[in-house]
Design a protein around this ligand. Structure first.
Ligand code: BG6
Ligand code: MG
Length: 493
C-alpha cells in the first residue's frame, strides 16, 4: 500500500488511503440509497451490471465502519501510516542549502527510513476533506498536522505537486507570506526548473494545483450545496482577483477585493520615499572618488572605510567630518565644497538610464502600477539632474533634495518634508535607504525603513536587503507584514 507520499512505499494502514477507501464506500452506499428513491430503473440496470447485492453492500458498510486510522483523538495529530512516528526524525534545515531532493541525498531506502515526505499526504487528505469539513478536517487539527508535517515535507525539491497544496492550506491558516511563497514556487516550477526536468514537458498537474491555489486558496472558494461561495485571503499587495467558475451548469463570476479584516496586520503603506545615491544609482562611488581626490590634494586622511560614514551626509557635514580637527576659514570651506562638487558634477555628466542599479526601474514601475505615491528623499543638491539623466524623473510625485531642508540625515526633516509633499502621514510611508544615517532618519520620522547593504550599516531597518534586484512591491509588503505581525505579538501581554 502507498499513500500520497511517494518517499514511503509498501506501508500499512496509510491514513490517506484508508480514508479515501472509506469515503468511496460511503459515497457508493449513499448513491445506492439515492437511486433507490429517485431512479429505481437506473438502479436495477446498474445492479445487473455490477452485482450490487445486499451481501456486497453489507461488506462495504462493514469496511467503512471499521476501517482503522492511526491518530491521536486529543491532539488530532494523524500518523501518516502505521509506524511512521517510529521512523528516524529529520530536520530538513540541517541539509540546507541544497539543490537535490531528499531522496537523492538519502537514497530511496534512506528516505524510506526517515520522517521526510515527498509531497503532502496527511495534509493532502485534510485539503481534500476541507471542502465538506469531513473527517479528519478541523481547523485546529489542520494547524496541529501542519506544524508537524510541513517542516518535514521536501517542498523545494520533492514533488512539484506539493507547493500549490501548501499554498492553499497556508492561506486557510492565515499565513499569507508562506502561502504566497508556495504559490510562487508552484508558478515557477517550469521556469526555475529546480528539478531539472522541464525539458520533458510542462508540469501540467502543478499548473492545475496553481489554479486551485488561486481559486480555493486566495479566493477561498467553497462549493456549498446551493452555490460556490468565496472567503478571500488575497496575498498582500493584490488589490483584486477576478475569475469565472462553471459549476452545475451555471457560470459564476467572482470579483474579489481584500476584505478589511484581511488588511489588518499589514502595514497600510501608501507612499515610498527613495534615497538616491547608493539606492537607485551608484553615484555613492562618485561622491567617494570626489572626496578622495580633494582629500589627497589637501593632504587629509581619507579612505573608502571613512567614506562609509558619509553616506547620506550633506556636502558641508561630509567636509567637516573629513577635516576633523583641522581648522579652516569659511571661505576655504566654500572653496573645498565647490571643488569637490566640481569633480562630482564632471563624474555625473555621462550618467544615463544604464546607470540605474539592478531592479530600480522595475520596482518603480511596479509601485506606479500599484498606485503607490513615490518621493525622493536625498540630501544631494545634485539629485534633480541625476534623476533627469537616469530618465526616471516622471516616476516621482514629490522631490525632497539638498535644497529642501536645513538639517541633514539622521534628522527626520527631509523624509517628513517628502511625506508632506506627498500628502501622507509618516506612518503610511516606507523609506528605502543605503545609509545608516538615513535609516535612523526614517525611524525618527516614524516611517517604515528598508535598508540596502550590510547589516552593520543598515541593520536597524525593519527589513534589510542586499539591493533592489528582483524586488517587487508584493515581496516587500509581505516582509514588512511579518515585521508588523511580530511587533503585534511582542506587544501582547
Ligand atoms: C548623499 C550622499 O546622497 O548626498 C552623500 O550619500 C553626499 O555622499 C550628499 O555628500 C550630498 O550630495 P551633494 O550632491 O549635495 O554634494
Ligand atoms: Mg544613499
Amino acid at each position: 500500500m502507498i499513500g500520497a507520499d511517494e518517499y514511503h512505499e509498501h506501508v500499512s494502514n496509510s491514513t490517506f488511503t484508508n480514508r479515501m477507501a472509506q469515503w468511496h464506500l460511503e459515497k457508493a452506499l449513499m448513491v445506492y440509497e439515492w437511486l433507490q428513491n429517485t431512479n429505481p430503473e437506473k438502479l436495477s440496470e446498474l445492479d445487473s451490471k455490477l452485482n450490487l447485492s445486499q451481501e456486497r453492500r453489507s461488506r462495504w458498510h462493514d469496511i467503512a465502519q471499521n476501517i482503522w486510522f492511526p491518530y491521536d483523538k486529543t491532539t488530532g495529530l494523524i500518523e501518516e501510516f502505521e509506524g511512521f512516528f517510529k521512523l528516524k526524525d529529520i530536520n530538513l534545515e540541517d541539509y540546507e542549502p541544497r539543490s537535490k531532493s531528499m531522496q537523492t541525498i538519502l537514497g530511496i531506502e534512506g528516505a524510506n527510513q526517515h520522517q521526510v515526505l515527498k509531497q503532502p499526504d496527511v495534509l493532502m487528505l485534510m485539503y481534500l476533506m476541507r471542502f465538506n469539513h469531513a473527517f479528519p478536517y478541523d481547523i485546529d487539527w489542520l494547524q496541529t498536522n501542519w506544524d508537524y508535517y510541513a517542516p518535514r515535507t521536501d517542498i523545494t525539491h520533492g514533488s512539484s505537486l506539493g507547493p500549490a497544496i501548501h499554498a492553499i492550506l497556508a492561506s486557510d491558516l492565515h499565513k499569507p507570506a508562506e502561502a504566497y511563497e508556495r504559490f510562487i514556487q508552484a508558478a515557477m516550477v517550469d521556469l526555475e526548473d529546480v528539478r531539472h526536468n522541464a525539458a520533458e514537458g510542462i508540469h501540467g498537474a502543478s499548473a492545475g494545483g496553481l489554479w486551485q491555489a488561486v481559486v480555493f486558496g486566495f479566493g477561498g472558494i467553497q462549493l456549498t450545496d446551493s452555490c460556490p461561495t468565496a472567503t478571500p485571503h488575497l496575498p498582500p499587495g493584490w488589490s483584486r482577483l477576478r475569475f469565472k467558475l462553471h459549476w452545475r451548469d451555471r457560470w459564476y463570476e467572482f470579483d474579489l477585493k481584500p476584505p478589511q479584516a484581511d488588511l489588518q496586520g499589514y502595514p497600510d503603506i501608501r507612499g515610498v520615499i527613495f534615497d538616491l545615491d547608493g539606492v537607485l544609482t551608484d553615484t555613492a562611488e562618485y561622491h567617494y572618488l570626489s572626496w578622495q581626490k580633494l582629500a589627497d590634494e589637501e593632504g587629509l586622511f581619507f579612505n573608502r572605510h571613512a567614506n562609509e560614514a558619509l553616506r547620506g551626509v550633506s556636502r558641508r557635514d561630509s567636509l567637516l567630518r573629513i577635516l576633523g580637527d583641522r581648522h579652516v576659514s569659511e571661505e576655504k570651506i566654500q572653496e573645498m565644497m565647490d571643488r569637490k562638487n566640481h569633480y562630482y558634477v564632471s563624474f555625473i555628466q555621462d550618467i544615463s538610464p544604464k546607470d540605474l542599479l539592478p531592479g530600480a526601474l522595475s520596482l518603480l514601475e511596479d509601485l506606479r502600477n500599484q498606485n503607490l505615491r513615490i518621493a525622493l528623499g536625498s540630501v544631494s543638491k545634485n539629485a534633480l539632474p541625476v534623476l533627469d539623466r537616469l530618465g526616471i524623473k516622471e516616476f516621482f510625485d514629490a522631490i525632497g533634495d539638498g535644497h529642501s531642508v536645513e538639517r541633514s540625515k539622521p534628522a527626520p526633516d527631509l523624509f517628513l518634508y517628502a511625506a508632506q509633499q506627498l500628502g501622507l502621514e509618516p506612518h503610511h510611508c516606507v523609506v528605502i535607504e543605503d545609509a545608516g544615517s538615513g535609516i535612523e532618519a526614517a525611524l525618527a520620522a516614524d516611517m517604515w525603513a528598508v535598508g540596502l547593504g550590510p547589516s552593520e550599516r543598515v541593520g536597524k531597518a525593519h527589513v534589510v536587503l542586499p539591493g533592489l534586484a528582483g524586488l517587487t512591491w508584493n515581496d516587500l509588503l509581505v516582509r514588512l507584514s511579518e515585521v508588523e505581525k511580530n511587533k503585534q505579538l511582542s506587544q501582547k501581554p
